[in-house]
Design a protein. Structure first.
Length: 160
């Protein structure tokens, strides 16, 4: 395979058969165990769960976290390598994209919570890019990206 070309066979969980609903439920359980005080699902135009919003209590107050699940990115990758056979329809690839995207997000959350469990990081630290400002309807990452990453830093020395 040429350098830089993507292949879904190298993507973790690309062949998962675990339903999106089961994975989302597992994520909700992990978040509840780690003291999420609210958990809400967001839905896409097709009626499928497109992301999770949850809140955690910190010493600085309650923080809202918005975790998007980019199913379209996974679908695009799966679509580039259409397989022949009973599961080769676009609808089947879309369903697989949902399963893969949610499974990847679950694995990422599980790894981040493990770092928190061993006190290597704070919960706010691992979810910082996804801290959500409902007034702006944007995550911290989106706000900083819009301002320009280095320009978003406080005034002062920015070089190493």
């Amino acid at each position: 395979m040429p350098r830089g070309q993507k292949s879904f066979e190298h993507i973790k969980n690309y062949s998962t058969v675990v339903s999106s609903n089961k994975t989302i439920s597992e994520i909700e359980q992990m978040l509840a165990v780690h003291k999420a005080v609210r958990i809400m699902k967001t839905y896409g135009p097709g009626g499928d769960v497109a992301g999770l919003l949850f809140s955690i209590n910190t010493i600085h107050g309650e923080l809202a976290i918005k975790l998007p699940c980019n199913i379209e990115a996974v679908f695009k990758l799966l679509n580039t390598k259409k397989k022949r056979g009973p599961n080769s329809s676009s609808a089947a690839r879309q369903e697989q994209a949902h399963r893969v995207a949610w499974r990847l997000l679950k694995d990422w959350i599980e790894a981040q919570l493990s770092l928190f469990d061993i006190e290597m990081v704070k919960l706010e630290e691992v979810f910082l890019p996804y801290v959500y400002d409902p007034k702006e309807d944007q995550t911290m990452f989106q706000i900083i990206e819009k301002r320009g990453f280095l320009k978003a830093l406080p005034e002062g020395k920015t070089d190493a």
